[in-house]
Design a protein around this ligand. Sequence first.
Ligand code: BTN
Length: 316
Amino acid sequence: METMKQAIMAMLAENSTPLSGEEISRRLGVSRVAVWKQIGRLRTCGIDIESTTKGYRLRSLPDTPFPWRFGRRAGQIEYHPELASTMDRAGELARAGCPPFTVVVADRQFQGRGRLARHWQSADGGLYCSLVLRPPLSPREAPLVTFAVALVLVETLAACCAVEARVKWPNDVLVGEAKIAGILAQVEFEADQVRFINLGVGLNLNNRPEVADKPAVSVCQLTGRAVDRSAVLAFFLDRLEERLARFAAAEVVADWKANTLTLGRQVTINTARGNCTGLAVDLDEAGGLILELPDGRRQTIFYGDCLHAPLTGSDQ
Ligand code: BTN
């Protein structure tokens, strides 16, 4: 049934003129009654299909990430109106052996989670998805995948939303000092190879995040315009696939350095072993942040919560 709905939607999306029930039934090899029933079901999902004497026409394209919006990727997309967290479902699929680039996407989450066990606001309008990747990488290279994802998010925001964003260590995406996207990675290893990396991406698009402990912002707040979440996700997936196909640690590190707000800033990193404050001077080849401490020594940090010190007048 799902495949039939998808096929009908794909046909309607391709045609700006009405398509007769007869033509649809012929192309799908099913009865006209079956087509009519599916059209009724699609309408109950909120899809605006006009019915005229000439046939069916899609009045407007919903921005909901229904699988049929993703063309050749349709079979890899699992869409849910609501989930506790896309991470849980992606974890189940990954352990059951799903193919790489399987994507779980939800309109909203009621237990969305962020790094360091934080809550991730997941109201309608945002983009919340988890991707299952199976890159042929060693455990040392795996963290750089999240850096690559952050860079692809910057590219996506520029191309699809005309929003200029930057990356913050380890893998936040900011506009000015406000967070517009976050990435959560769950990695499982087998012997000396990555078994899977599940990457959760939360991107503030048409939602209005409440500012809690740290400033947050969305595309619609910045531009006053709503964006098509499916088009944004499709662009992001295409670019990420390209980027991972030519994955090279040195290139990711160089691009990240060219697009970050963190280097050159005074930062405090909260780690499990306490806080560390210093000037962020470099990123090493594994994604570790190199700090210059007040006594001149250098220290590399691999994990923690990074706070940028406020910019002073002379920094701006
Ligand atoms: C962070 O910046 O702390 C990471 C936020 C990651 C949020 C996304 S939303 C989709 C996926 N599902 C979740 O529960 N979390 C990630």
